[in-house]
Design a protein around this ligand. Structure first.
Ligand code: ATP
Length: 357
């Protein structure tokens, strides 16, 4: 392969912070990314994902801490001196340049010799599977094709790091899935190191080797997709990982990490993810998929159906408990809005978190 990405062992963010006036958009973020990793920065809108990426790229100066590529400090360098590849949500292509010229732009700026430049562009075109489209203008391409051009342009300069900011957000659902697979394929084929910003947990779970969950400018949890999906360490991370139902109750017992919580007279048993003293308030977190309709009695939680929707294979409903807790459930048969239901869940599907309030 002609395109050979610059090699390094790790990129390190060391206590990085970024303020905008009085707003602390990033606070004390420390993170090490190894060569070859695909790392997703995940979190809700405004948590600091793009700020982190822009600080790494050099588009934003840090206001505290430092960024390193092995033993070289890079946060003091200009973006072009860092030479990282960037892919943006809006593609950011030059509209008056054709595909080939767009891809070659960075090489031309660097004064790359013509023959070498053409060879690299050819290889980048092949890698993103755009041969035959090379003389079209961006306006003559679909969104997915434009994003392929943007990716080719980012990797043709042989960057040590590829930075992607929500690259799939402007594509429709089907194309998003296709390009998701393409991005991972290109990462693998090149042996790239990629940092990828998204607010979509499915995207992060399916693409990344490691996910960094941010909130309020701070790292909440770092782990493999499996670790985050199965063992979120905090309630907000659990929420992001699909534990949409959060029922507030009181800790009745807690032994060896297994806690029993009373929620409106129903008892839930589950894995305690945090310190949970008996008598304190806690949240039971459950995925909608795991909440099942059951017969009255036993430990079932009683609730009133609010809405019910037919979704083909099943029904998805919302319900409210007598104390006003709202939750989502699934059912194989329809239930009437306004009717009573009883809900239960398998113990091993329940996580329990302290009530931080
Ligand atoms: P989104 O998914 O909505 O882009 P994000 O997680 O990428 O969110 P950032 O764009 O990094 O979030 O923004 C983090 C915080 O910093 C937000 O509160 C945002 O309003 C603020 N912020 C970002 N850029 C600026 C700026 N140039 N000036 C002032 N505040 C900013």
């Amino acid at each position: 392969m002609t395109i050979a990405l610059s090699q390094f062992d790790e990129v390190r963010l060391d206590h990085v912070s970024r303020d905008f006036g009085t707003l602390n958009a990033l606070r004390d973020v420390s993170l090490t990314i190894k060569r070859g990793e695909f790392v997703a920065l995940l979190g809700p809108s405004g948590c600091g994902k793009s700020t982190t990426l822009n600080c790494i790229a050099g588009l934003l100066p840090v206001t505290g801490g430092s960024i390193w590529l092995d033993k070289s400090r890079v946060d003091t360098l200009k973006p072009e001196e860092r030479g990282f590849g960037m892919v943006f949500q809006n593609y950011a292509l030059f509209p008056h340049l054709n595909v080939r010229q767009n891809i070659g732009f960075g090489l031309k700026m660097r004064g790359t010799a013509r023959v070498e430049m053409e060879r690299k562009i050819d290889e980048a075109l092949a890698l993103v599977r755009l041969q035959g489209q090379e003389h079209k203008l961006p306006g003559q391409l679909s969104g997915g094709q434009q994003q392929r051009v943007a990716i080719a342009r980012a990797i043709v300069i042989e960057p040590p790091l590829v930075l992607m900011d929500e690259p799939l957000s402007n594509l429709d659902a089907k194309l998003r899935l296709e390009m998701r697979a393409e991005i991972r394929r290109i990462h693998n084929e090149l042996g790239a190191t990629t940092i990828y910003v998204t607010h979509d947990q499915d995207e992060a779970l399916s693409l990344a080797d490691r996910i960094v969950v941010l909130r309020d400018g701070m790292i909440r949890q770092v782990g493999s997709p499996k670790e985050l999906y199965e063992a979120p360490a905090h309630l907000d991370v659990a929420d992001f990982m699909g534990f949409r139902n959060k029922l507030k109750g009181k800790v009745i017992s807690n032994h060896g990490g297994h806690a029993v919580i009373d929620v409106e007279g129903a008892q839930f048993r589950g894995l305690a993810r945090e310190d949970l003293p008996v008598g304190t308030s806690a949240f039971v977190a459950i995925r909608p998929d795991d909440l099942m309709l059951t017969e009255p009695g036993g430990n079932a939680l009683k609730a009133t159906v609010e809405t019910i929707e037919y979704r083909g294979r099943e029904f998805v409903g919302t319900a409210r408990s007598s104390q006003g807790a709202d939750f989502v459930f699934r059912s194989h048969h329809s239930v009437e809005p306004g009717g009573s239901i009883h809900l239960t869940v398998a113990d091993e599907r329940v996580l329990i978190f302290a009530d931080q309030a």
